[in-house]
Design a protein. Structure first.
Length: 137
């Protein structure tokens, strides 16, 4: 198995909003299409372009789908689109020009710690979900 064949969600493991998104994705992804990796992990640093890791400051979810990386609002749309109806209705977001979508995304991202809080510990998945988390290359 190569990682380019998977769908990997890279998330900020210290962000409460991201943690809640992660819990939702684990719950609704019944076909287990998604794998997960903390943006703070060595795995993520090895998989993501260095300019993204250095400049994004953990402010964007990244999504690896079929060997291609997506960021910001496009990553969110791609993730939910993969999960079928009703989640795939998020594709309507493509009607909004990407610069505007990404600006809105960054507004939430820049304020996520003050609005939703910051976790002092990484999310520890329930044993039944542990296999869905990528820990190494």
């Amino acid at each position: 198995m190569t990682y380019s064949d998977n769908h990997i969600v890279f998330f900020d493991s210290e962000c409460v909003l991201c943690g809640n998104l992660l819990k939702l994705l684990l719950k609704i992804d019944r076909k287990e299409r998604l794998k997960f990796a903390s943006l703070q992990s060595e795995f993520s640093k090895s998989m993501l372009p260095s300019e993204f890791v250095e400049t994004a400051d953990f402010k964007s979810v990244a999504f690896l789908k079929d060997g291609k990386l997506y960021y910001f609002s496009t990553a969110v749309i791609k993730i939910f689109s993969l999960l079928g109806f009703p989640w795939s209705l998020i594709k309507i977001g493509y009607l909004i020009p990407r610069p505007l979508r990404d600006r809105l995304y960054m507004k939430v991202s820049n304020n996520r710690y003050s609005w939703f809080g910051k976790s002092e510990q990484c999310i520890i998945p329930d044993e039944s979900f542990r296999s869905r988390f990528v820990h190494e290359v």
